[in-house]
Design a protein around this ligand. Structure first.
Ligand code: IPD
Ligand code: CA
Length: 265
């Protein structure tokens, strides 16, 4: 059985509540009004509504906690020791295209440390969760990172920059290197789920540059609690601040990091 702290329980309930209308929207995509936030960042009305529901539900249960959200940015709370980091729809492009690979992601920081995380795909009803010191779970199943010790048979996920984003040349060079050393690369389009899949042992590893804290917060805890190693691309702990991440099990992480550090542009 998964250990669910009171705070994690609140986060799961909020994710499920915000997920219900998203399932309806996903079935009626043509009715969604799509607005443009920037040349490379489509935001749907569903994104905004989902974040509103999440903030309402979380605030009802935990008044005073602060927020860092994709849509609303920083919302200071009276309680300076707690902050929710939320991505209402991670994988917005997939969502808009009717691809069921997207998720609501909620992380909770206490005194600057990630202590709880939920990643919920409402279409598949996959609910990934983790509590610091109590393991990572998919629904009721305990998660453990994959055991492979060599890159050769490994499947490694990544994320790629798109129109208007920097880092295209680096991404191509890195992929060329990893393609040559592994069984294959996957680009699924929702970083939170990529991290959750590493925690679940579906992917052997994952790396990406140019991420935001809300893409990663819950997933970082999931990978750690599933026994994985997760760092920034310099091998440090500054994933949220630097916006890049690399993770795998303890055997593969150093190999993948070395491989990627050796990529010359
Ligand atoms: C995106 C997804 C994608 C990653 C992008 C993110 P969004 O988040 O996580 O996998 O490659 O960097 O921006 O915009 O769909 O919430
Ligand atoms: Ca995101």
């Amino acid at each position: 059985m998964a250990y669910i702290s009171p705070a994690l329980n609140v986060m799961v309930a909020a994710a499920r509540k915000a997920g219900r209308p998203l399932i309806r929207d996903f079935g009626e995509l043509e009715n969604l009004q799509i607005s443009m936030k920037g040349p490379a960042d489509f935001v749907t009305t569903a994104d905004k509504r989902t974040e509103r529901i999440l903030i309402e539900e979380l605030t009802k249960a935990r008044p005073g906690y602060g927020f860092l959200g994709e849509e609303g940015g920083v919302v200071e709370g009276k309680d300076k020791t707690h902050r929710f980091i939320i991505d209402p729809i991670d994988g917005t492009l997939n969502f808009m295209h009717g691809i069921p690979q997207f998720a609501i992601s909620i992380g909770l920081e206490r005194e600057g440390q990630l202590v709880s995380g939920v990643i919920y795909n409402p279409v598949t009803d996959d609910l990934f969760m983790a509590e610091k010191g109590h393991g990572a779970f998919l629904n009721d199943k305990r998660l453990r990172v994959a055991a492979r010790k060599e890159l050769g048979p490994s499947v490694i996920a990544t994320g790629l920059p798109f129109m208007g984003k920097e880092g295209h040349a680096r991404a191509l060079a890195e992929m060329g290197t990893v393609m040559n050393a592994t069984a294959g690369i996957r680009r699924m389009g929702a970083a939170s789920l990529d991290l959750a899949y590493v925690a679940a042992g579906r992917f052997d590893g994952f790396w990406e540059h140019g991420l935001q804290p809300w893409d990663m917060a819950a997933g970082i805890l999931l990978v750690k609690e599933a026994g994985g190693v997760i760092t920034d691309m310099h091998g440090g702990e500054q994933m949220l601040a630097k916006g890049n991440v690399i993770c795998a099990n303890e055997h593969l992480h150093p190999q993948l990091l070395k491989l990627l550090k050796g990529v010359k542009l």
